[in-house]
Ligand binder design. Structure first.
Ligand code: SF4
Length: 347
């Protein structure tokens, strides 16, 4: 239960044997638990996973189990979407890593607990294709593609490693759905010190994702759609595939290297360097042989990623985000030329 605190067995146990919310928040005996809960959140933020602790005694196990509850309360109190996503991902990744060392039967049971339609037959685990699709939509590498699966009567066979990865996704989505939970003013007051500390670290982390980090690119000249896509990535939102494609192709057209583009996506909560690098190198032509151009405005609109159109967007001739950038770039170069002219030049 200490290792898999999200299981229903854990909450049944805590209801019977655990402290009340009052005790958890106030009692001196649970100070270690509150601190562990905060550490859990900070580890999720900085390392993207929850560290293993020594679980020698029953007391250690109880602290570990309760630290999960304390961490969820703290994440709810801070109420920041970047933190929530980062935390959900860290809990889910940690579960995946721990499941690698468990029996296959146990892993299948965890999948069932997360409402995945799985069944064991002849020593193999099968998952219904609808549940497979729902939980693998983020996984774009070939081995995960539905076309490459052995589909039999609506079910797909998974080995333990792949099942644990599907569980990771299902758990991440469940935690993201559940948090932030409602918290009272009383709770906010009781945990004020911990909340302030976490909020400060979240803000510091988010500040490192400022658009100024784009070096040669002037953010103010970017079209509103691209600015919005960048802001979403920086705020820790996962972009839809169409958004990732448009952003990568656009930045590549302006001369950003694959490494610089990769750096931008590094702030996504589910950043996977090798997967992201593969996607970028595919779009920029390094491995695909085709250098994709960014979509034009009409396509951006049909994808639902044309945001915050301004007066320049509304010009009849504005058909492409690159046209927008070049128009603004030309405008500011002209202005700079004028501004740098000496008074006698102007005469
Ligand atoms: S009109 Fe074109 S340039 Fe403007 S926000 Fe929409 S897609 Fe971007």
């Amino acid at each position: 239960m200490a290792n898999y605190p999200f299981l229903s067995e854990s909450s049944v146990y805590l209801k019977k044997m655990g402290p009340s919310l009052e005790e958890l928040l106030h009692d001196l005996a649970y100070e270690r638990t509150r601190v562990s809960g905060k550490e859990r959140v900070l580890e999720a933020l900085s390392e993207g996973r929850i560290n293993d602790r020594s679980l020698i005694s029953d007391a250690d196990c109880l602290v570990e189990l309760l630290s999960y509850i304390a961490a969820r309360i703290l994440v709810s109190c801070v109420n920041d979407s970047y933190l929530t996503k980062r935390y959900a991902l860290a809990e889910a990744k940690t579960a995946n890593l721990r499941l690698q060392n468990e029996d296959f039967d146990f892993v299948v049971n965890v999948a069932m607990e997360l409402d995945l339609d799985v069944k064991q037959e002849d020593g193999a685990c099968k998952i219904h294709f609808t549940h497979y699709l729902r939980n693998t939509s983020q996984m774009r590498s070939k081995p995960w593609k539905i076309a490459n699966q052995n589909l039999h009567k609506g079910y797909i066979i998974l080995d333990k490693t792949r099942l644990a990865r599907v569980i990771q996704q299902a758990l991440q989505m469940r935690i993201e759905r559940e948090l932030p939970a409602e918290v009272t003013n009383e709770i906010l007051k009781d945990l004020k010190g911990h909340i302030t500390e976490i909020t400060k670290i979240v803000e510091e982390r988010k500040n490192t994702f400022k658009a100024e980090d784009f070096g040669k690119l002037r953010v103010t000249k970017l079209p509103p759609c691209i600015q919005q896509l960048i802001a979403k990535v920086q705020a820790g939102e996962n972009l839809p595939h169409s958004g990732r494609f448009a952003l990568t192709a656009f930045l590549h057209s302006l001369g950003m290297s694959p490494d610089e583009i990769l750096q931008l996506f590094a702030s996504s909560p589910d950043f996977d360097e090798s997967k992201t690098r593969y996607q970028i190198e595919h779009i920029t032509g390094k491995i695909s042989g085709t250098e994709y151009t960014p979509p034009e405005c009409s396509t951006m609109k049909s994808y639902g990623i044309c945001f915050n159109e301004d007066s320049l967007c509304k010009k009849e001739w504005m058909t492409h985000p690159l046209k927008y950038y070049r128009t603004k770039d030309k405008g500011s170069k002209k202005k700079n030329k004028k501004d740098t002219k000496k008074p006698e030049d102007k005469k």
